[in-house]
Structure formats: structure tokens, C-alpha cells
Design a binder for this molecule. Structure first.
Ligand code: ANZ
Ligand code: ZN
Length: 809
């Protein structure tokens, strides 16, 4: 019979399903592994990125199951979010219908790939009980002061009357209608991630060598701890009046360059500028430009061309007492440091560009042979009065001390990270479980009223928030005073859901309708031992998840500080050098591949084509190659004797057979290292191919049996269907177990060596092939000792594995 993927795959998927092969066991005395691939958004169909993500995770889950661990390998759907609403507008279908139809379809696709997910643990974050306990968590966090409300700037489209995410602002315009986007102050709920800043930073150390360095660095930069000096500059007398202020503060990490200040740059939102605008001290053009800058999103401001205007006022240098002009500049952020920068063009790239553009002074204060701007933190100070000649690190400390002594400045630590705004003015999300009451202000919903569910009957038009516009949904009773009040109509950012789903999986699913998390199974299953997902989640998702873990810990739900012991970020799947995407028209549909070649081929190709962390270039020939490999494996297996297992003895094997057996065991040895450490599946597959090739030149039934037994075992996590099929057929084995190495296989044969003296053969002896050259020379001399009596050896020649020649006199 020839290899027929579709039959074999359907057969085994049915057996696995019926016999509940992949359900984790409730016996918490067993050693466990929790293997998790990031859950998908139910966009409609799975794509090759998913296939790669889940094939890697599945291979690890299957491996650990095989070597005896109790394995949790769950899957779910991150099912709230914008695309469901866009689909609703485009296809006139309810977001819920669209979402759950997609989930049903994608589930089928995922199981058709043979992934060994637990079927009891499947969840969708839009499920009512997920919402219920997410809302409970929200309230607990609110009560702990970890969630609060404030007014803050958001991207706002006047046309659509809606808030836009940064990703939805294109070139300062709304992605949907093209209308100008403005920055509008809106009230919203914020999660106080900054309460955990120091711990989030410090605990990155625990993840060293377990998470990719790149991810650790990105998180570190995002948290952005920076130690520096904050100091005060007085305005000159005339400017004080105009600005309605006596002084201003700046934050600098380079106090050593203080004598190099050539101007002060203020953020467009700085209070001094507000005062100047109110009193109309600035001309109309400048005022308009400043307002335009205020409306640029933070991202635009960082990338936009540097733009600024002189404000007509001056500050006094605290040490040199020079007059310094004040400018407004778009690159200065209002909410970092004090929203004002001491600009040192000679030693800072940005300040330098700005000074060149606007013809401002450039004062060098660190000696260098290099061209300006010289931004390194090394060298001696010049043009810095009493601090001249000091090394800049020493000077920095001395200048800070001097300003501290004069009470002009102090050391401060600043962080880049900001609290996380979670309010979204959208329908398809978890309602924020709060009530707005005229008497009581904002009040959490009562826990027994949860979940606060979405109304079914909504008009989704893309304009405004459907919940806000709903005729009755908002009306409620205040949980505190009992009078009529209003539900909060904003829903949660979907990152809120994905920040704790891994803990929910770890919780006993039989309690999913009863509580947030059940401690017993969570403490058994957590942490995730191996997390697998895309690098695009390096910051937000992984940071929020780390934060939630710490909050869950402090709320008493679990005990571990970090959620993910190890992280693997898989590379992208490319075709013709570009990321697969609908717009580029270079997508390969996994369903087509499965239909044509089968799931095992898709899995083998994905793991063989590149190491998991590297980019993977799609290649039709390699896909064909993967198919041929499996078909050939299947064919060869058909010729193996099935009626009885033959005995295999190492000492009865000839040279070729020993070599082939060695290759098989080398592959087995490699499999431990690959599945547990390096994830270099491609090299493991190559080792199996090499073993099969070596085997092809042997003719030994017992050896063939053993080799297939082992190779099917090694490859099962990668191509499970065909391995299950053949193992059952050949060895009547329906379960894979951990196999052990056999030492004798690794012992290479003895060498037979000839010893000659002055070119004449005198003796022959046997030695282990692993013997060193020194040992061999010693043995050689012993074997010819009688010919050496009274002679001196003047030369020793060793021809590897063949001959020792001694030249004597
Ligand atoms: C003078 C100076 C001289 C600076 C020099 C740098 C180099 P990090 O390390 O990221 O914390 N800065 C301060 N507040 C700012 C704001 N609100 N918006 C934009 N930039 C701001 O960066 C700190 C440096 O960023 C500070 O040190 C300040 O410029 C600038 F040769 O002060 B520095
Ligand atoms: Zn009330």
C-alpha cells in the first residue's frame, strides 16, 4: 500500500479524540510541563504563521508527554476586538456571529493539523464566564488602587466621533474616513503598571538566557529607567512677566555638559507656552504651528522633522549666568521629565540638528578630535570654568553635587513607561464593570451582578460607541445608593484579556464558571514552562502579562513572580522574500497544503526549512521534498518484518551495520538535546535522514526493526500521524515512551595497528579506536620491546589508524 496521508491522518485524529489522548491528568503528584503557544485572534482562517507557531509548540508538548510528563497544552481564542466590528460594518453580520463562526472553522483547521491540544480547556475570551471573572479582576484591581480614572490625550476623529488606536492613525489622518485626527483630552481608565516598574525591570534578570536577549532589551528600553539631574533655571526679569513664571525645570542625564547649553527647548504643551499663548505674546503663525504640534500624536512627533520657534524669552544659566533663549520644539515630550530640555548641540545629535537648522550656537565642552556632535560619555571637560580638565564622569557627579548644595537641583530617576489606558469606545469588548452615579461618582458593579454583558441589539456603523448610543443598555441602579445611574459604556482593551489567559488555562476547567482561578491547579500547572509566539509581542503583551502575574500574586491567586519560564520567539514565514500577506498576494493557505500533501508534510516542512527563531522562506520544492521523505519512510516500513521481533546483538553486526546503528542512536541522542534545549528541529530531521540513508546499504532485518522503532519514536512529535500509524502496524505500539541510549553502540571498533622498525614489520596489535596517540605509541613500543633493546629511537612516525614506524640507531 502506498502512503495516503488523508486516510492515516483522519484515522488517528479520530482515535486521539475518542481516547482523549492529550488531556492533562489531574494527578498533581506527576512531574508536569506546561507548553503554550500564543493563542490566535479568530480572524477567519489560520495562516502559515499560526502553523509554524503551533507546530513548534506541539512538537514540544508531544515530546514531553512521551518522556513521561503530565503535559498541559491548551488552545483558545483572543476573540474580542476591532476586526469583528469592521466585519459587521462590511458584511452586515453581528460581531458575535462572525467571531464564533470563525472560531468553529479555525478549531477544525487546527485539529486537522494534528495538534495535541487539550479539548476540555478550549476557551474564547469573549465567553461570558471569561468576561465575568475578568470584570471581577478589574474590580479587585480598582479597589487596590491599581486602576484609576484620569483625563488624557487620545487620538480623536471628529468625523467618526471615535477614539483611534495609534495604529489607526495614518499620516495624521483617520484610516477609515481620512479626516484629520486631533489629540483630545478624554476621561478613561488606566492600569497602574508603573506601580510595578522597579520589579518589572529587576525581574528581567531572572529571565536571562531563558528569554531571547532581544526581547529582554526591548522590555528594558520600554521601561526606560534613566538616572539624571533635575534642576531649575530662573527666567530673566523681562521674561518672568511675559511667561507668568519665575523659573522652569529641566531634566538631563548629562549634567557634565551643562556649560554647553545653547538654548532650552520646551514641549508645545509646557505651561509657560500656554501662558504665552493666552497672553498672545506670540505671533499668529507661531501660535498656529504650536497648536498643530500639540495635535500631532507622540509617534509622529518623534519621527517628524524637527520643528521649533523662538519664544522671545530667556533663562539664566545657573552657573555661568549667561542668558539662554527659550524655544518650543516638537521633539520634546510633555510627559517625560519636566517637559523641557537643556539643549547641548555639541554633544547631542538631536540638539545638533536643531541648532544647525535654526542657526543656534554650538558650544563644545568635551575635548575630542572627532567631529561634532560628539556624543560619547568620555573625555575631558573644556570651557567649563572650575570643572575644566576633569573627566566627564567625575565632572557630572561634581556638577550635580554643586547644584544640590545650592538647592538648585536634585538627582532624579525617570521612567519612560506610562500607565496603561484600557478604555475603548467600542462595542466588541468586555464592558468595564463600573457605574457612573450622580451622587456617588464612579462605583464598581456588585460582584453578584457580573458578568455585565453586551446587548445583542446594536447598530454598528463605525461612528461613535454603539453601547453609548444604545437606547436602554446604559441605564442601571447605583450599587451604592440605589438610585438610577449609568453603566460605563467603554469596553476594555483586548490586551486585558490576553494578560491572564495562561493562568485561566492552568485553572481547573470544572471551576471556570465558579471563580477567577482555582489555586490548587494553578499552583500545580503554573508557570508556563515554554511559551512560543511572535516577536511582535515582545513588548506589550509580554509586559502586560508579566505585570498581571505580579498582580495575581499580590491578590493571592498564585505565588510565582514571572509567568513564562522560557520564551521562544519564532521567525516570520516569508514568500519571495516578503512577509506573507493578503495585500501582497503571496499567501499560502494551510488548508490547501493539507489537502494536497497532508498535515504531516506541512509540519515536517515547517520544522525542516529553518530553525524556529529564524525567518522561513516558503519553498514549494522543499514542501515536495518533505512529502517524498514521508512517503519513502512509509514505503520502506512496509518491507519490514512484522510477524516477530528479532534479537539484535551489537557483536553480530558488520561494519556497515554498526555504522548505521550508530547513526540511529546518534539521532536519538540528538533528539534529547533538540527537544529540550536548542529546538534545532532541522538538524534532528537531518540526523534521521542520515540514519535512514546509512541503513539503506545494510541488509539486516533485526537492525531495520530496531532502527524504525527508534526513528518513529524520534519523529513522532514532528510527524505524529504517520509515526503512530507505522508504530502500530510494525510493533503494535500505540503509545510512545522514552527510549534510552545503548552504550555499546557508541563504542567504535578496535583498531588493528602494525608496528615496524626501520620500515620492517615487527608486530601487530589491537587497540580501542578511542585511544589517544600517546597511548598508542606506548603500546607500540611495548609490543616491539625486544627489538629496541640497546637502541635509541631517533624518529617516531604514526600513520593514523594504520601503522607505527620507529626509526632506530
Ligand atoms: C542635556 C543633554 C546633553 C542630554 C547631551 C543628552 C545629551 P533618556 O536617557 O532617554 O532619559 N530630555 C529630557 N527631557 C526630555 C523630554 N521631555 N523630551 C525629550 N527629550 C528630553 O534621555 C534624557 C535626555 O533626553 C536628557 O538629557 C535630555 O537631553 C533629553 F549631550 O540633557 B539631555
Ligand atoms: Zn449612587
Amino acid at each position: 500500500m502506498a502512503y495516503k496521508a488523508s486516510l492515516i491522518e483522519a484515522k488517528w485524529q479520530k482515535i486521539w479524540d475518542e481516547e482523549e489522548y492529550f488531556e492533562p491528568k489531574d494527578d498533581f503528584t506527576l512531574a508536569k510541563k506546561y507548553i503554550l503557544s500564543m493563542f490566535p485572534y479568530p480572524s477567519g482562517r489560520i495562516h502559515m504563521g499560526h502553523v509554524r507557531n503551533y507546530t513548534i509548540g506541539d512538537a514540544l508538548a508531544r515530546y514531553y508527554r512521551k518522556i513521561g510528563f503530565n503535559v498541559l497544552h491548551p488552545i483558545g481564542f483572543d476573540s474580542f476586538g476591532m476586526p469583528a466590528e469592521n466585519a459587521a460594518i462590511k458584511h452586515k453580520i453581528h460581531p458575535k456571529t462572525w467571531t464564533y463562526e470563525n472560531i468553529a472553522y479555525m478549531k477544525k483547521e487546527l485539529f486537522s493539523l494534528g495538534f495535541s491540544f487539550s479539548k476540555r480547556k478550549i476557551l474564547a475570551t469573549s465567553d461570558p464566564f471569561y468576561t465575568k471573572f475578568e470584570q471581577e479582576l478589574f474590580i479587585k484591581m480598582f479597589e487596590k488602587g491599581l486602576i484609576y480614572t484620569k483625563e488624557a490625550k487620545v487620538n480623536w476623529c471628529e468625523q467618526d466621533q471615535t477614539v483611534l488606536a495609534n495604529e489607526q492613525v495614518e499620516d495624521g489622518k483617520c484610516w477609515r474616513c481620512g479626516h484629520e485626527v486631533v489629540q483630545k483630552k478624554m476621561p478613561g481608565y488606566y492600569v497602574k503598571i508603573t506601580a510595578y516598574t522597579e520589579e518589572l525591570l529587576k525581574d528581567l534578570d531572572k529571565l536571562k538566557d531563558k528569554w531571547p536577549n532581544q526581547v529582554l532589551t526591548m522590555q528594558e528600553n520600554w521601561i526606560g529607567k534613566s538616572e539624571g539631574l533635575e534642576f531649575c533655571l530662573n527666567l530673566d526679569e523681562e521674561s518672568k512677566q511675559k511667561a507668568c513664571a519665575d523659573s522652569l525645570e529641566v531634566f538631563t542625564t548629562r549634567a557634565d555638559t551643562i556649560y554647553g547649553i545653547s538654548y532650552i527647548a520646551l514641549a508645545p504643551e509646557h505651561p509657560i507656552i500656554q501662558n504665552l499663548l493666552i497672553k498672545a505674546y506670540l505671533n499668529e503663525d507661531v501660535s498656529d504651528r504650536i497648536k498643530a504640534m500639540q495635535n500631532q500624536s507622540p509617534r509622529e512627533r518623534q519621527s517628524a522633522l524637527k520643528e521649533g520657534y523662538f519664544l522671545g524669552i530667556y533663562a539664566i544659566h545657573p552657573l555661568s549666568k549667561e542668558k539662554i533663549p527659550l524655544w518650543v520644539a516638537n521633539f520634546v515630550l510633555a510627559d517625560y521629565g519636566s517637559g523641557a530640555v537643556m539643549a547641548v548641540p555639541a554633544h547631542d545629535e538631536r540638539d545638533f540638528d536643531f541648532a544647525q537648522k535654526y542657526n543656534l550656537a554650538i558650544k563644545q565642552v568635551i575635548q575630542t578630535q572627532k567631529p561634532l556632535p560628539y556624543t560619547q560619555k568620555s573625555g575631558k571637560l573644556i570651557n567649563s570654568e572650575e570643572f575644566n580638565e576633569l573627566d566627564c564622569n567625575e565632572a557630572r557627579l561634581k556638577i550635580i553635587s554643586k547644584l544640590e548644595a545650592q538647592n538648585i537641583g536634585k538627582k532624579v530617576v525617570n521612567f519612560k513607561i506610562r500607565d496603561w489606558g484600557v478604555s475603548r469606545q467600542r462595542y466588541w469588548g468586555a464592558p468595564i464593570p463600573m457605574v457612573k452615579c450622580q451622587n456617588c461618582g464612579i462605583v464598581p458593579q456588585k460582584l453578584e451582578n457580573l458578568p455585565i454583558v453586551l446587548p445583542q441589539d446594536v447598530q454598528i456603523t463605525g461612528e461613535g460607541n454603539p453601547l453609548d448610543k444604545h437606547p436602554t443598555w446604559k441605564i442601571c441602579i447605583c450599587p451604592k445608593c440605589g438610585q438610577q445611574a449609568q453603566k460605563e459604556s467603554d469596553t476594555l482593551d483586548t490586551f486585558f484579556e490576553s494578560s491572564w489567559y495562561f493562568a485561566r488555562f492552568a485553572s481547573d476547567e470544572k471551576t471556570w464558571e465558579e471563580k477567577v482561578l482555582d489555586k490548587k491547579s494553578v499552583s500545580y500547572w503554573m508557570n508556563v514552562d515554554q511559551y512560543v509566539g511572535g516577536i511582535e509581542h515582545a513588548i506589550l503583551h509580554l509586559l502586560y502579562a508579566r505585570f498581571f502575574q505580579k498582580v495575581l500574586r499580590d491578590l493571592g491567586y498564585l505565588t510565582q513572580d514571572e509567568p513564562f519560564n522560557r520564551l521562544l520567539t519564532q521567525g516570520m514565514v516569508l514568500k519571495d522574500g516578503a512577509k506573507m500577506s493578503k495585500s501582497k498576494g503571496n499567501v499560502v493557505d494551510p488548508d490547501e497544503i493539507i489537502k494536497k500533501y497532508g498535515a504531516d508534510t506541512a509540519r515536517l516542512f515547517i520544522l525542516f526549512a529553518a530553525p524556529p527563531a529564524k525567518e522561513l522562506e516558503w519553498n514549494d520544492d522543499a514542501l515536495e521534498g518533505a512529502y517524498r521523505f514521508i512517503a519513502k519512510l512509509y514505503d520502506r516500513a512496509q518491507k519490514i518484518r512484522k510477524d516477530k521481533l528479532l534479537e539484535l546483538k551489537q557483536e553480530n553486526l558488520n561494519k556497515e551495520e554498526k555504522y548505521a546503528r550508530l547513526k540511529v542512536y546518534e539521532a536519538l541522542k540528538k533528539s534529547f538535546e533538540v527537544y529540550e534545549q536548542s529546538f534545532a528541529f532541522n538538524t534532528l530531521i537531518a540526523a534521521c535522514m542520515e540514519a535512514l540513508n546509512a541503513l539503506a546499504s545494510c541488509n539486516n532485518e533485526a537492525l531495520e526493526q530496531e532502527a524504525f522503532y527508534i526513528i518513529l519514536n524520534i519523529l513522532e512529535p514532528i510527524i505524529p500521524h504517520v509515526c503512530f500509524e507505522l508504530s502500530k502496524e510494525l510493533f503494535d505500539c500505540k503509545n510512545f515512551v522514552k527510549l534510552n541510549l545503548k552504550e555499546e553502540v557508541f563504542i567504535k571498533d578496535n583498531l588493528s595497528l602494525v608496528v615496524s622498525i626501520n620500515g620492517k614489520k615487527r608486530a601487530e596489535f589491537e587497540v580501542l579506536s578511542t585511544a589517544s596517540k600517546e597511548e598508542i605509541m606506548m603500546l607500540a613500543k611495548e609490543n616491539v620491546s625486544k627489538w629496541l633493546e640497546g637502541k635509541t629511537i631517533i624518529k617516531e612516525i604514526y600513520v593514523e589508524a594504520k601503522l607505527v614506524n620507529l626509526v632506530v640507531k
